[in-house]
Design a protein around this ligand. Structure first.
Ligand SMILES: Cc1cc2nc3c(=O)[nH]c(=O)nc-3n(C[C@H](O)[C@H](O)[C@H](O)COP(=O)(O)OP(=O)(O)OC[C@H]3O[C@@H](n4cnc5c(N)ncnc54)[C@H](O)[C@@H]3O)c2cc1C
Length: 307
């Protein structure tokens, strides 16, 4: 796919941010190419149900919202290619975007590569990944009908996914290192009211047990130091996320966490390179905010090219 001609705009990442930017850019008749390494939709594909995206009072399945966004970009001819971006360099006014399929050239770039779940780094996690260890209740929850599972974490993702798991599992142990949740009040209230959810406060997961599949967890109480085994068929880990910005190395300014710094127009420290959604510093990491960022970046990318 090595190309000589430069596109007006290349969007890296096809989550809600990238698709919204693609919609606006292709409607503005910019020659726009979106590069996505996996499937369009991003984290929406791992979200069972989205209740807080405006316009859908009944809520909407994550994959369905992804499909609707993609259909809307099709109407305006957004070009989408499957390719993982490995690096970006700017020579003069042109960006060379290195992908596993070859080099793509562009006059402006929007980075919308989102974020990936963090690993706990405990024994058994890597070995039993996909065999009881999961980072996506939406994808794997149905495998645990009438079983006992655990969720690690105390933020919104952990609690929302624990609530989702109550559709299948008989018992969900939420393992949290503190004695209160960080999740928003509405999620907390729902979780406390659900009889299937048991909270393991002040507790950390030390090891995931099992030969070929998860059979249990070794837990430690951080206050008393006491350890105990908990029988469980699965464990879902929600302990944080990492921005997917390492492929840019130090060509652009990032904060300590690796999130790309931008101004209010979504412009990064490199003129012509914009960053949006979960990969951007100060993002509130929601579908609606990623979409808003995408719209802003597409409009300012247009202005950048015209000026
Ligand atoms: C379990 C869970 C539940 C959630 N629930 C909600 C909810 O109810 N409501 C809500 O508003 N938000 C929710 N969120 C958050 C929301 O999904 C994200 O904020 C949103 O998807 C971020 O969009 P994005 O476009 O920035 O990135 P992402 O959705 O992360 O998309 C990034 C895309 O970039 C691609 N990519 C990454 N690196 C490269 C590369 N080098 N080359 C090419 N492509 C690349 C990825 O494959 C991915 O498709 C949830 C998230 C999770 C994990």
């Amino acid at each position: 796919m090595t190309e000589k001609k430069a596109h007006d705009l290349v969007i890296i990442g096809g989550g809600p941010g990238g698709l919204a930017a693609g919609l606006y850019a292709s409607r503005a008749r910019m020659d726009t190419l979106l590069l996505e390494k996996a499937a369009y939709g991003g984290q929406m594909l791992t979200t069972f149900f989205i209740e807080n995206y405006p316009g859908f009072p009944e809520g909407i399945a994550g994959f369905e919202l992804a499909d609707l966004m993609k259909k809307q970009t099709d109407l305006y001819g957004l070009q989408i290619q499957t390719a993982e971006v490995r690096g970006v360099v700017k020579e003069g006014n042109i960006f060379d975007i290195d992908t596993i399929e070859g080099t793509v050239r562009s006059r402006a770039v929007i980075v919308s590569t989102g974020a990936d779940p963090d690993k706990l780094g405990v024994p058994g996690e890597e070995r039993l990944a996909g065999r009881g260890v999961s980072y996506c209740a939406t994808c794997d929850g149905a495998l645990y009908r009438e079983r006992t599972v655990a969720v690690v974490g105390g933020g919104d993702s952990a609690i929302e996914e624990a609530l989702f798991l109550t559709r299948f599992a008989d018992r969900i142990h939420v393992i949290h290192r503190r004695d209160e949740l960080r999740a928003t009040p509405i999620s907390r209230e729902r979780a406390f009211a659900n009889e299937k959810i048991v909270f393991e406060w002040n507790t950390v997961l030390k090891e995931i047990l099992g030969e070929d599949e998860v059979t249990g967890l070794l837990l430690e109480n951080v206050k008393t130091g006491q350890t105990r085994k908990l029988a469980a068929a699965g464990v879902f880990i929600y302990v944080g996320i990492t921005p997917q910005s390492s492929f840019l190395e130090d060509m652009v300014e990032k904060n300590e966490g690796g999130y790309i710094k931008t101004d209010l127009t979504m412009s990064s420290s490199v003129p012509g390179l914009f960053a949006i959604g979960d990969v951007r510093a100060e993002s509130v990491r929601q579908v609606a905010s990623a979409v808003g960022d995408g719209v802003t970046a597409a409009i300012y990318a247009y202005k950048y090219l015209v000026e």
